[in-house]
Design a protein around this ligand. Structure first.
Ligand code: BES
Ligand code: MN
Ligand code: ZN
Length: 496
């Protein structure tokens, strides 16, 4: 999809389609009012007949509107004007994208960007229009032999900005948002691939591919022998039960000043999580192919920042392994030694994410990071705590936590903080090793973060538990690409 920005009146647009909003009880938005005037009150007349009253998600096509230069006008219901907030703006944008895409119009001039959203400026609306549209039109069809394709899909969207002085910043917002969408799509594609295709080796190949496309991304892949030398006994204990060798993928993007410390992202890349010997129940186990969504989001961010040439130093690390039950798999009660030297009693082999992450987190000390953020589908408990709206956030550094929470609010990919209090650490006590890998039923998300915190003492660190937000179940089963937008917003804020 191609996006551009433009300032000008709706009746003057020589285009296949013009999109304007209508609020509830037939209240015309600014652009709709202009069209109404130009057409001698056609919009009001039609609305008065009762075809539409402006409720959210309603749409109405008008053809051959008098005194306009476009082929068709799409009216999009926006709900109550007083309640028109970020969520409403995002949802009418999605409706616009879906409806126009099915219409046969290959181009549209979108005036929904003119609608006032409390506390948000034009650039926010431009950027959201790009990412929401791309997210809405995304389909995963790689593995279908017959792809169902829209006959004449939408190819170009022109976004309205209020004045000519908004054009240049608007174009920049489009450029950045398009890069974010590209990264998000990459994340979703990787995450949607099944475990028999998307293995740790596949992820490593994808990283190498990134380096082919973007010379600015340097890639190094550590093999199990390398990890053995580094003493990564925790990570290796997870892949031992699988035919698939583990990979530790390191991607370095140096777009910032030479001496400025890098921001490090570490992704959980369990390409399939059976639970290991602590085998999971069968129901919905297919969804454990999504257990590499953290890794996929790191790859997506690396792609986005390389695409947009972000002026910042960023290192992406992916701890990739498959968690399978096998003769060589860990048994409950096994004790392993992590790269940090700390020993871990594996009381449950299904708490494998923290085992691969802890060694990756020790490894990244060598980069002397400004901050380290790990991203992981770590605990089912996070879904119980926060549902499918918020990413769980835990951190050993208040300012870093706040920067991430703010970034999430800014781009509407939101996180919510949980406490990482000392008292919770007790739950990880083991009679046989330095710590256990589980902390019992209470506060499962927090004790998982407590476990990781024992490996992140040397730097500012935040943990994002994305178990509830990284994918959808049910009829719309599929990866969401979250939290790529949040991470990108955080990095953009850092770069400016
Ligand atoms: N990948 C899972 C977490 C998960 C489960 C995410 C379901 C999304 C949906 C993780 O490896 C896991 O199995 N965690 C266990 C930890 C427990 C054994 C302490 C869990 O959440 O049950
Ligand atoms: Mn597990
Ligand atoms: Zn897992």
């Amino acid at each position: 999809m191609e996006f551009s920005v433009k300032s000008g009146n709706p009746e003057k647009q020589r285009s296949a389609c013009v999109v304007v909003g209508v609020f509830e009880r037939r209240r015309l938005s600014g652009a709709a009012r202009v069209l109404d005037k130009a057409s001698g009150g056609m919009l009001s007349t039609i609305l008065r007949r009762g075809d539409m009253d402006g409720e959210k998600e309603q749409t109405l096509w008008l053809y051959n509107l008098p005194n306009t230069l476009c082929d068709r006008v799409l009216l999009v219901g926006c709900g109550k004007e007083r309640e028109f907030n970020e969520a409403a703006y995002r949802s009418v944008t999605a409706t616009m994208a879906r409806t126009v895409n099915k219409s046969g119009a290959v181009e549209a001039v979108n005036y929904l960007t003119d609608l006032p959203v409390k506390g948000r400026d034009t650039l926010w609306k431009i950027s959201q229009a790009v990412t929401v549209t791309q997210d809405t039109l995304y389909r995963f069809q790689q593995l279908k032999s017959k792809k169902d394709e829209v006959q004449r899909p939408l190819r170009r969207i022109i976004l309205s900005v209020p004045s000519r002085s908004d054009l240049l910043p608007g174009e920049e917002a489009v450029r950045v948002a398009s890069a974010i969408s590209l990264g998000t799509r990459f994340t979703r594609d990787l995450a949607n691939l099944p475990g028999n295709i998307c293995t740790p080796t596949y992820l490593a190949d994808q990283a190498r591919q990134l380096n082919k496309t973007y010379k600015s991304v340097k890639v190094e892949v550590m093999e199990e022998a390398d990890m053995e030398k580094l003493g990564m006994g925790a990570l290796l204990s997870v892949s031992r039960g699988s035919e698939q060798p583990a990979k530790l993928i390191v991607m370095e993007y140096r777009g910032g000043k030479k001496d400025s410390k890098p921001i490090v992202l570490v992704g959980k890349g369990i390409t399939f999580d059976t639970g290991g010997i602590s085998l999971k129940p069968g129901e919905a186990m297919d969804e454990m192919k999504f257990d590499m969504c953290g890794a996929a989001s790191v790859l997506g961010v690396m792609k986005a920042i390389a695409e947009m040439m972000l002026p910042l130093n960023v290192i992406g690390v992916v701890a990739a392994a498959e968690n399978m039950p096998d003769g060589k798999a860990s048994r409950p009660g096994d004790v392993v030694t992590s790269m940090s030297g700390q020993t871990v009693e594996i009381l449950n082999t299904d708490a494998e994410g923290r085992l691969v992450l802890c060694d990756a987190l020790s490894y990244v000390e060598r980069f002397e990071p400004e901050s380290v953020i790990d991203i992981a589908t770590l605990t089912g408990a996070c879904i119980i705590a926060l549902g499918h709206q918020a990413t769980g956030l835990l951190s050993n550094h208040g300012p870093l936590a706040n920067e991430l929470l703010n970034a999430g609010r800014q781009c509407y990919d939101r996180a919510w903080e949980l406490p990482l209090w000392e008292e919770y650490q007790e739950q990880l006590k083991s009679n046989f090793a330095d710590m256990a890998n589980i902390g019992g039923r209470p506060a499962g998300t927090i004790t998982a973060a407590c476990f990781l915190s024992r490996f992140t003492k040397k730097y500012h660190w935040a943990h994002l538990d994305i178990a509830g937000v990284a994918w959808k179940s049910g009829k719309e089963k599929g990866a969401t690409g979250r939290p790529v937008p949040l991470l990108m917003q955080y990095l953009l804020n850092k770069a400016s």
